[in-house]
Design a protein around this ligand. Structure first.
Ligand code: COA
Length: 192
């Protein structure tokens, strides 16, 4: 599987996936009547970057990356992911999400936020959790699902900076017990 930037001429191959996902009304709060031009503007033209996954020329899925907010909130980014129904369950979304986190770091973002993960979208919510996103908020009954009715949406958030290596606390190095242990060891080594 290759992941490469989506170009304008790639969108036609992605459009059926986009159209079917939005028409299903299970994951995105978008108008199911959105046409291809509006979809292209939303997915490909207005984000900072849009990438696709392909295998042997077959488009498997795509994601976009954009700032979630501006100014003092501009270090937090937002992404959206869509995988073609025939390509699901093979790790495409996992690969796209890992790729997007790396791209976000490279562009200087410090955190990634998903504003509205539909809770009944179990595969998505479970995958984002596995990839290190915390549920930091719940929007009660914020999504009207065609089968389950009003369901909650989750706000999910991940800090992207690499964890710093743990440093010993200075107090532990100069603590009284440590000093006594060092003195006692050196006394044992040097008989008086
Ligand atoms: C959600 C979506 C992006 C997942 O794409 P995918 O390529 O099938 O996902 P992956 O194969 O990378 O991973 C799916 C993971 O979910 C797990 N999973 C699948 N169904 C699940 C379920 N019902 N409950 C819990 N976990 C589930 C799989 O075991 C897999 O976990 P693993 O990586 O540990 O093996 C895809 O179904 C999709 O495009 N859905 C419509 C749009 C959408 O929901 N986008 C996300 C909006 S937040």
């Amino acid at each position: 599987m290759d992941i490469r930037p989506m170009r304008a001429e790639d969108f036609a191959a992605f459009w059926p996936t986009f159209r079917d996902i939005v028409a299903a009304r299970e994951s995105y709060a978008l108008d199911p009547a959105m046409d291809e031009d509006a979809a292209r503007r939303w997915w490909l033209e207005s984000p900072l970057e849009t990438w696709l996954a392909e295998d042997g020329g077959q488009l498997l899925g795509s994601y976009f990356l954009k700032p979630n907010a501006a100014g003092p909130g501009g270090h937090v980014c937002n992404c959206g992911y869509m995988v073609a129904s025939a390509a699901r369950g093979r790790g495409v979304a996992r690969a796209l999400c890992l790729h997007s986190q790396q791209r976000a770091r490279e562009r200087g973002f410090l955190a990634m936020q998903f504003n509205s993960v539909v809770e009944s979208n179990a595969a998505a919510a479970a995958l984002w959790r596995k990839l290190g996103f915390d549920v930091v908020g719940r929007l009660p009954r914020a999504y009207r699902h065609p089968v389950h009715g009003l369901v909650d949406c989750l706000v999910m958030y991940k800090w992207l900076e690499e964890a710093r290596p743990a440093m010993p606390e200075p107090a532990r190095l100069i603590g009284r017990k440590n000093i006594e242990a060092i003195v006692s060891r050196s006394r044992k080594r040097k008989p008086q």
